[in-house]
Ligand binder design. Structure first.
Ligand SMILES: NC(=O)c1ccc[n+]([C@@H]2O[C@H](COP(=O)([O-])OP(=O)(O)OC[C@H]3O[C@@H](n4cnc5c(N)ncnc54)[C@H](OP(=O)(O)O)[C@@H]3O)[C@@H](O)[C@H]2O)c1
Length: 499
């Protein structure tokens, strides 16, 4: 159970709040996971009063629950904790009003001066809000781990647009906050299946001994989506797949796969190990970017039987845009454990399937006992961690096909979350908000994690930016990406695992 606290959502009228944060908070309350004394404050220019905010939030919660219908009694209990605080992000008077509201709620709801601020606002407002929180005396420095009167700030992604802006943002916010107060969120890390990478590796005896260059041939991490950019053209034109997915989600997942066993499970120890992975990723020289990185954009095609427009035909996208919707990377980790083992990362929109998975391909058997069989029948083992959908883990191995002849075929041992536990995994935002209330920052990104991940992708972004509007490869919507990505693999005598 989390301690009593007030949660302030900046940007409470926005999309993220309505679709994710509010439903997550309500679900936590419905399952008795919210503190028994808590208050939720919505801060936005568009807020007016408690009644209007509660009505809007009820609607959002009902939409999130879907046809099953909202639990009315639970909602009535929950809604009494919701309070509106209209205000502007750059207006000190609004923050003085927020302080007065929080002081009042401490008395009314018994929240004991514990405060969690959630910045669900455009990135350009992160620094002004943090500055104003500091100036209003709302975030006493060093109070992130205090027993009572703690203050913490959750900051949404994206954290910076490149290495320079991320570093500048870190410097700005650390003017008002100490690192123990800063919770940089990557909701991917809140997914059960992502956390299960740690449990699989360090909660079992059989995997860790083979989790290294001697037994692993390559690691492939894929995050593919069938959807295009939808109505997010304006946002996507500024971001692109490298900034939107690779710099954060894929590198974070890679770190969990590649890190050394931490000596304990506390936040800093785990994050120390992840940071070592990022530091060990071999820098890609500017002039060699094309050998290690491929970008591409979807053209017109067919996805799931339906015709799909190309990226340049989407709304709010420039007709000569070179923003990438696909990235494939080949990264090497210069460490004792991973020397010589490539990590292939790729993400794309308008792919044939929506899936996120980590595939660990093991080395070939050292001696081919069944010489007369074609080599493809004696495929190396593969461990696939399915992060979504159909969350689970499968291990493939060769088995004899029944019959008088010797024929080997790959089969799988399969674990499925839904079948084994009969329950859906806890949604990421629920888990992460709960952790922040409890003061557990293990699943949040530390300042060095942000810096190091930007450092990994920056040379690639620079090389691409230097080419201006020169055309980039195009792949048909509904395909697994451009030929250039296949070439990247072929140079290593390998092929992508396309499921
Ligand atoms: N939506 C998602 O699924 C998602 C996923 C991952 C990360 N995020 C991140 O979460 C943050 C919020 O995203 P969102 O999708 O909720 O954005 P949004 O729908 O545009 O909402 C933005 C909120 O911020 C407020 N705001 C403050 N300054 C603003 C400005 N200059 N222009 C427009 N609105 C401003 C708006 O409230 P008032 O206008 O009422 O003040 C609104 O409540 C962003 O940093 C985004 O990158 C969102």
């Amino acid at each position: 159970m989390a301690p009593p606290c007030a949660i302030v959502i900046f940007g409470s009228t926005g999309d993220l709040t309505q679709r994710k944060l509010l439903p997550a908070l309500f679900e936590l309350a419905r399952h008795g996971r919210m503190p028994d004394r808590c208050a939720l404050v919505g801060f936005a220019r568009g807020e007016t009063d408690d009644a209007a905010m509660r009505a809007r939030m009820r609607q959002a919660a009902a939409e999130a629950v879907g046809p099953g219908g909202l639990d009315g009694a639970a909602w009535e209990r929950f809604s009494t904790t919701l309070h509106a605080c209209p205000g502007a992000y750059d207006d000190p008077a609004s923050f003085a009003r927020l302080k007065a509201t929080l002081d009042r709620l401490d008395v009314e709801h018994g929240t004991q001066g514990n405060r969690l601020f959630y910045l669900a606002i455009p990135p350009s407002s992160y620094a002004p809000v943090v500055r104003n929180l500091g100036a209003a005396g709302l975030v006493p420095r060093g109070s992130g781990r205090a027993a009572t009167g703690w203050t913490r700030v959750i900051i949404e992604k994206p954290f910076g647009h490149d290495l320079a802006s991320a570093t500048a943002l870190n410097t700005e916010i650390s003017g008002a906050l100490s690192e123990d107060q800063i919770y940089r969120i990557d909701h991917y890390l809140g997914k059960e299946t992502v956390q299960n990478i740690i449990v699989l590796r360090f909660g079992n005896g059989i995997f860790e001994p083979i989790w290294n260059r001697r037994y692993v041939d390559r690691v492939q991490i894929t995050m593919a989506e069938t959807i295009g950019i939808g109505s997010r053209g304006r946002f996507y034109e500024e971001a692109g797949a490298m900034r939107d997915i690779v710099q954060n989600h894929l590198l974070q997942v890679m770190a969990l796969v590649a890190m050394e066993p931490p000596v304990s499970f506390d936040a800093d120890t785990v994050r120390d190990e992840k940071a070592k992975v990022f530091k060990a990723i071999r820098p890609i020289p500017l002039e060699e970017v094309d050998r290690h990185a491929v970008r591409a954009q979807y053209g017109p095609g067919t996805v799931g039987g339906a015709a799909a427009t190309g990226y340049r035909g989407e709304s709010n996208v420039a007709p000569d845009s070179v923003t990438e919707t696909y990235v494939a990377l080949r990264l090497m980790v210069d460490s004792w454990r991973w020397a010589g083992v490539p990590f292939y990362l790729r993400t794309g929109k308008r792919m044939p399937k929506t899936l996120t998975e980590v595939a660990i391909r093991f080395t070939r058997i050292p001696h081919l006992l069944f010489r007369d069989l074609p080599e493809e029948q004696q495929r190396p083992n593969e461990l696939v961690l399915r992060l979504q959908p159909d969350e689970g883990i499968s291990l493939s191995f060769g088995a004899k096909v029944p019959g008088a002849d010797l024929e080997i075929r790959p089969v799988t041992m399969d674990f499925s979350y839904a079948k084994s536990f009969g329950a859906e995994p806890t949604p990421a935002y629920e888990r992460l908000i709960l952790d922040a209330m409890k003061g557990d920052a293990s699943l949040f990104i530390r300042a060095d994690g942000v810096r190091e991940t930007w450092s990994v992708v920056q040379p690639i972004l620079d090389a691409w930016a230097a080419r201006g509007k020169a055309p980039i490869p195009v792949y048909p919507a509904g395909s697994w990406g451009p030929a250039e990505a296949d070439d990247l693999m072929a140079r290593d005598h390998r092929r992508w695992r396309n499921t």
